[in-house]
Design a protein around this ligand. Structure first.
Ligand code: EPU
Length: 321
């Protein structure tokens, strides 16, 4: 029997997970590990592997639906990996010691790069880069989640994507080794960072010099647009489906197909297809994961029957057991 103290990082037993996701559904996990640095994350991961577990990584929980019940095994949360700092003159180490991490305030013409650990929220990065007058992240205004998940999924939208501003990613390889991957060695695609099973520990971000006023104005505009078309204040997991190949869907996005099939407002328990945007399923308060997942399958089946397009999940689903 493993005890709390047997883990080399902070650990919780039978931890509740719903409140750690934006959809607010799901059960508990046998072990929740909470490393505080990239090195601790690597240690938590290798320890879990040595003990026969295949750990799952929990970032912002904004693109995730967790089943009801008990998940056996180990979840590693990146919540505590919140550091974001500018490179020192000497270089851009992702996990420096305290002295090296102390950096001078930004000045015009200074290094337009930032280093961030995987648990830094995208909104923190939008705010930080705005204040520094660095452009590149304003396209993520209003996008929930953290750096690690954003890189793994290549989060983004109409105005740009996460990987547009990535110079280098530090990852944990499936064999437990740590590796720095320069952008040129990576092949990010639409909603897929192309990293496979690797775990993001942190990244060096390269922004474009601009001014705080310009970056702020663009971020504000993008946020206003987003709020007009997406139910951003509700409990959801963001867009449920990837947009289909336009050649197969006659140019329609997933949300538009759902709308054309008359599915907006469809409910299952306390889960509802958003009346505002068809690609969002919302938890109105008391939905279970079973409600949400059943509604998603109903939408997928109906859209396939009516249009011939089989929508593919953008959200991740963690099955219990
Ligand atoms: N539309 C409808 N009905 C709807 C929803 C959309 O007719 O219910 C139409 C819109 O009018 C528009 C088109 O479909 O003409 C596309 O809709 P929208 O502009 O809302 O963009 P989207 O393709 O649905 C994508 C991303 C979003 C991102 C937005 C804005 C995907 C699956 N979704 O949505 O990302 O915020 O662009 O840049 O790629 C997410 O990844 O979770 C997400 C929300």
């Amino acid at each position: 029997m493993l005890s709390l103290t047997s883990w080399p990082v902070a650990a919780l037993h039978e931890a509740e997970l719903a409140s750690r996701t934006y959809m607010r559904v799901g059960g508990r996990v046998r072990w929740l590990l909470e490393p505080a640095t990239p090195a601790e994350l690597a240690l938590a991961w290798t320890t879990a592997r040595e003990r026969g577990f295949t750990p799952r990584i929990l970032g912002g929980g904004c693109n995730l639906i967790i089943e009801d019940g008990l998940l056996e095994g180990v979840v590693i949360a990146t919540d505590r990996l919140k550091r974001c700092f500018r490179p020192t003159l000497g270089g851009a180490d992702i996990d420096p010691n305290e002295d090296e991490a102390r950096v001078a305030p930004a000045e015009p013409g200074s290094d337009p790069r930032l280093i961030a650990w995987s648990g830094v929220t995208l909104q923190n990065l939008v705010q930080t880069t705005t204040a520094l007058g660095l452009s590149g992240f304003e396209c993520l205004a209003g996008v929930p989640g953290q750096l690690g998940g954003g890189i793994a999924m290549n989060a983004g939208g109409r105005y740009g994507e996460m990987w547009d501003s990535v110079e280098l990613v530090r990852v944990l390889e499936p064999d437990g080794s740590i590796r720095d991957l320069p952008r040129a060695e990576c092949t990010p695609r639409y909603r897929n960072g192309g990293l496979g099973e690797r775990v993001v520990l942190g990244a060096v971000l390269r922004l474009k010099p601009s001014t705080p006023a310009e970056v702020r104005e663009r971020a504000k505009q993008y946020l206003i647009e987003k709020r007009n078309v997406q139910p951003v204040t509700e409990w959801s997991a963001g867009c449920v489906f990837k947009n289909p190949d336009p050649a197969k869907s006659n140019g329609s996005s997933a949300g538009k197909l759902v709308e054309l099939c008359g599915l907006k407002g469809r409910t299952r328990g306390d889960a509802i297809v958003s009346p505002l945007h068809g690609n969002f399923v919302i938890n109105r308060g008391a939905a279970t994961a079973a409600d949400v997942l059943a509604l998603i399958e109903e939408v997928r089946t109906t859209v396939a029957e009516k249009t011939g397009v089989v929508l593919e999940n953008e959200v991740k689903v963690w099955r219990a057991g």
